[in-house]
Design a protein around this ligand. Structure first.
Ligand SMILES: *[C@@H]1O[C@H](CO)[C@@H](O)[C@H](O)[C@H]1NC(C)=O
Ligand SMILES: *[C@@H]1O[C@H](CO)[C@@H](O)[C@H](O)[C@H]1NC(C)=O
Length: 367
């Protein structure tokens, strides 16, 4: 996404997904109209084909005639239990898809433009497909997948599709599906006009094998559905914005990582170039040497401090022993070791030639 498009999205919270408008307030066994709202397409391409997947249970659709576009309704055969009679005639088929195709490249939809396609629908009374009939946020929900075909400029053949077919949210799930793109949905309610000649006791729509009575207060339910519709739009726009932000952050992390990789290479090059430093810089070997020296002097000073502390402790705790330790060293050096004379040869390195310490060293009293 270009930064300008991203900013525009942030600024307006514009929906970037396909919606049915209104999504809420529809009624079983009744007619209503809605708009299939198709947002902008794909950068550099136009939109040339729209396929609207009509969920089972919708008895009929009447799509708007769009100038420059041809529309077609493909039908499905109805299972026996979904068949019904109209004006005394049995009805055995229902709409499956509505397909719009642009007549010429000039008729295709440019990327930045929005398109609203109005269709009128007639909802039935029998719903049996758990893939596209779910209870979501407490509402009976019909899922309508939409596929948008895109073409290269000045062509009409579809070169790429955007599939808004992540259908079938249940419970309190977000509209945003775990994979794919959010599928347009419709909320509706049961009606007491749903009756069945072969099952006179049943009143209300048949939902996945169960009779659902009409709500006691349909207008309150419709209001609730419209509120949910607004919230769903906001949440999906929000998560689309988040995803766009995440994408741009990922791109930035990616380019930062590349820059760091390049810096690493540069440092390696510099180190290779300064193997024999003549410019006053310190190389790795020298650093190691310095570090070893520093460690050694640290060890030595620690040892010295230890000895000093030991000596102080000895002086405080055992003054007599402290005095003797000082004296004995001096005594050995001063008195016990003979001066170098003809009769006393120098001791060799192994200590041979030193006389053993006298049994009783002379006592020197330290003032
Ligand atoms: C169906 O819609 C028509 C108008 O569109 C309305 O008069 C009728 O009452 C509706 N049916 C039910 C059961 O509400
Ligand atoms: C686009 O979607 C249509 C309908 O599903 C399909 O027939 C066509 O092959 C797709 N085209 C591309 C390029 O994916």
């Amino acid at each position: 996404m270009r930064p300008s498009a991203f900013l525009a999205l942030l600024a307006t919270g514009a929906r970037a997904h396909v919606s049915l408008v209104p999504a809420g307030g529809h009624l079983a066994n009744n007619r209503s109209a809605l708009v299939v709202r198709i947002p902008h397409g794909v950068d550099g391409l136009t939109s040339s084909r729209f396929q609207i997947n009509v969920p089972a249970g919708v008895r009929s659709v009447a799509p708007e005639d769009l100038r420059g576009w041809s529309s077609e309704i493909r039908m499905r055969a109805l299972p026996l239990e979904e068949q019904y009679s109209s004006h005394g005639q049995p009805v055995t088929t229902g709409p499956e898809t509505i397909i719009y195709t642009a007549d010429t490249p000039d008729d295709t939809l440019p990327n930045p433009n929005l398109l609203d396609i109005t269709i009128s629908i007639y909802l039935g009374c029998v719903y049996n497909d758990p893939n596209v009939h779910t209870i979501w946020k407490g509402q009976h929900t019909l899922w309508w997948g939409v596929e948008v075909g895109h073409s290269l400029p000045n062509t009409i053949a579809v070169s790429q599709n955007t599939s808004w077919t992540g259908c079938g949210r249940t419970g309190n799930e977000l509209w945003d599906p775990p994979t794919g793109k959010a599928c347009p949905y419709l909320f509706f309610t049961s009606a007491s006009t749903c009756i069945y000649p072969d099952d006179p006791a049943a009143v209300g729509m048949k939902w996945l094998g169960t009779i659902v009575p009409a709500p006691a207060n349909p207008s309150a339910v419709a209001t609730e559905q419209h509120v949910l519709e607004v919230v769903n739009e906001e949440l999906l726009s929000y998560s689309e914005t988040q995803r766009a932000q995440l994408k741009s952050l990922e791109a930035r992390v990616d380019s930062s990582e590349k820059a760091i990789g390049k810096l690493d290479d540069d440092v390696d090059e510099l180190q290779k170039g300064s193997a024999a430093p003549t410019d006053g810089t310190i190389d790795r070997a020298e650093l190691n040497q310095l570090f070893a020296l520093a460690s050694a002097s640290m060890a030595i000073s620690t040892l010295l401090v230890g000895i000093l502390v030991g000596a102080c402790l000895l002086r405080v705790l055992a003054p007599g022993a402290y005095t003797r330790s000082l004296i004995s060293v001096d005594a050995i050096e001063v008195d016990a070791f003979p001066a170098r004379t003809a009769t006393h040869p120098l001791p060799n390195d192994n200590g041979a030639g030193y006389p053993s310490k006298p049994a009783s060293a002379p006592v020197v009293v330290v003032a």
